[in-house]
Write a protein that binds this ligand. Structure first.
Ligand code: PEP
Ligand code: MG
Length: 596
């Protein structure tokens, strides 16, 4: 079967009156229906005349004023972002402010004005393009691509201010924003208007824009390729952020169908939220902790309303990614202290930096196969300074808190021994300096097949396991989790993956340690009964999926799930597994029929 590639256009192209259907990638869940608000950046035409030598001071002054105005705007956006989403996101704009004042770029611009007699606009464009071109060479690296996008954004802002343009006009209520792409700053400004969804030609699933949309619960579909050229302002848009479909100018029957889907989705969400604060216990009394995966501290504000029973995975990479360098021990200590206090009595499993793979460490460092490269624990063990800084900060902040610590990407027992040795060194150093800290349970993520094979031995050395099924799937099937072309082969329900998961649970329980799962498989409710049947102790999912997983746990019987598990583990193909899980769920919980 051919993968369903984004950007296909079965509708009539360029006919701006007919119904148009586009397929993209769903980047933030939910349905939106509303008029299109077409957002196009002003095409800035640059004043490229040669100036008179007598004008140079005036041009430099113009540039200075535009920097001041841009700085004001960015500080405002950063403040709004900080209030809405917290420091991790506002750091994006703080980084842009730093770019604004880069002395090297300013020198270059002054030189172009003084020596080459360029206008401030032309000099700005030239100097920024130079920086952007330097990064373009490495643009396959998502971190650098993001920096390049930030530089473009800064350049555009300065140029717009040189020309005194205004960015956003009034957006009609309940609009669906349609654009080629958005910057994080556009996204924040739009989120202050009453918009219901966003459809983009480009964009990445892990871009800042996608992360912000998910955090703000605004449905988003990306990778639609031509949507901005194919709709007019005010066209009715249906945006399906579940399957990635966008329909412009729908016919009445299609509109009615989606209005029903949207209503059904809303009703299901309401059903899942009934009794949300009750603990997740199966009908026959087995407690399973349904926890939240948290990437940004402010998502903790939603823990109560989503009924999360703790944090099963706190990713710390953002501390690095939003800056481009590892923050100091003290900065991290303050950060973790406030994180743990914000998490109140909820247990928190915090993960050491999982940098590398698609989250690159050094701008000059490139690998042919980054997912098989210098990543996660491999970096931490090679760089004990980074390891110890983070661990000291976490242990110091853990005093009086319920914290567990886990390490990503462990692939053998030797690494477990190395981790334990380094932990001992950290304890000794803290003892010697009489710095207060708390020892916390230490576990490892099981996300590399060799770690599953060695899981009996590893289980005897650690205090818990957490299954990272996103990576376990990609490494077991040898299917790159970020590669569009083979995305149809990336199937978490492949029997090989399920057998490895089951084996991990058995090894953990044999050694008497709890086993959690924190990969995306946990959010696939088809898999919930299977995971319960395997005996998973915790299931940790993105925060907005907690209610449905919890609802499922509370409405199932452990003994039925065990029978299902035995049946599924005997199957040979992913197709059979999916079909059986679907039929089983519909038999046991018919009310789910319209949701799965
Ligand atoms: C995983 O691999 O399943 C996981 C939870 O970690 P990440 O997605 O951050 O690699
Ligand atoms: Mg992983």
């Amino acid at each position: 079967m051919q993968p369903d590639r984004p950007g296909l256009h079965p509708g009539k192209e360029n006919d701006l009156t007919a119904e148009l259907r586009l397929k993209g990638a769903p980047a933030s869940r939910g349905y939106a229906i509303g008029p299109a608000f077409l957002f196009k950046r002003d095409i800035i035409s640059i004043d490229d005349r040669k100036i008179e030598p007598s004008e140079t001071e005036e041009q430099k002054d113009k540039f200075k004023k535009s920097i001041e105005q841009s700085n004001k705007e960015l500080i405002k956006i950063s403040t709004i972002t900080n209030q809405k989403l917290g420091e991790e996101f506002s750091a994006i704009f703080d980084a842009q402010v730093m770019m604004l004042f880069d002395p090297e770029v300013t020198r270059l611009i002054h030189r172009e004005i003084d020596q080459n007699l360029l206008t401030a606009e032309a000099a700005t464009e030239k100097a920024y393009n130079l920086q952007i071109d330097l990064l373009r060479a490495a643009a396959t690296d998502p971190y650098l691509a993001q920096r390049m996008a930030d530089l473009e954004d800064v350049k555009f802002r300065i140029l717009r201010n040189l020309q005194r343009g205004k960015l956003l006009s009034h957006v009609e209520d309940s609009s669906v924003i349609v654009s080629d792409n958005l910057t994080p700053a556009d996204m924040i400004l739009f989120s202050r208007q009453n918009i219901v969804g966003i459809a983009l030609d480009f964009g990445g699933l892990t871009s800042h824009v996608a992360l912000i949309a998910r955090s703000l619960n605004i449905p988003l579909v990306i990778g639609l390729h031509k949507i901005s050229a194919s709709v007019k302002n005010g066209d009715e848009i249906i945006l399906d952020g579940i399957d990635g479909n966008v329909i412009a100018r729908p016919t009445q029957p299609v509109l009615e169908k989606y209005l029903k889907k949207k209503e059904k989705f809303r009703k299901f969400i309401a059903i899942f939220e009934t009794g949300i604060s009750e603990p997740a216990v199966t009908l026959d009394g087995k407690k399973i902790n349904v926890l939240a995966n948290i990437e940004f501290r402010d998502e903790i504000n939603d823990m109560q309303t989503c009924g999360a029973e703790g944090i099963g995975l706190y990713r710390t990479e953002h501390l690095f990614l939003s800056r481009g360098y590892f923050p100091s021990e003290d900065h991290q200590f303050k950060y973790y202290s406030s994180l743990f206090s914000q998490a109140k009595d909820w247990p928190v499993t915090i993960r050491a930096f999982d940098v590398g793979g698609d989250k690159v460490l050094e701008s000059s460092f490139h690998e042919m196969n980054p997912f098989l490269g210098w990543r996660g624990i491999r970096i931490m063990l090679d760089r004990p300074d980074i390891f110890k800084n983070q661990i000291r900060a976490i242990l110091r902040a853990s005093v009086g808190r319920q914290v567990k610590l886990m390490f990503p990407m462990v692939h053998n027992l030797t690494q477990v021994h190395q981790i334990k040795d380094l932990m001992e060194e950290v304890y000794l150093e803290l003892d010697r300096k009489e710095i207060p800290y708390q020892k916390v349970p230490v576990g490892v993520m099981i996300e590399v097949p060799s770690a599953v094979i060695m899981s009996e031995e590893i289980a005897r050395e650690v205090e818990f396991f957490s299954l990272g099924t996103n990576d376990l799937t990609q490494y077991t099937l040898a299917v790159d989790r970020g590669n569009d072309i083979i995305s149809s082969l990336y199937r978490e329900l492949e029997p090989a993956v399920l057998r490895l998961i089951n084996r991990t649970v058995l090894s953990g329980h044999q050694a008497g340690i709890p086993v959690s799962l924190c990969g995306e498989l946990g959010s696939n409710i088809l898999a919930t009964p299977l995971l319960i049947g395997m005996g998973m102790d915790d299931i940790s999912v993105v925060i907005r999926r907690v209610p449905e997983v919890k609802y499922l746990v509370k409405n199932l019987r452990m003994e039925d799930c065990i029978r299902l598990k035995d049946e599924i583990l005997a199957l040979g193909t992913v197709g059979e597994v999916e079909a059986r899980l679907k039929s089983w769920l519909t038999e046991h919980l018919p009310q789910f029929a319209g949701y799965i």
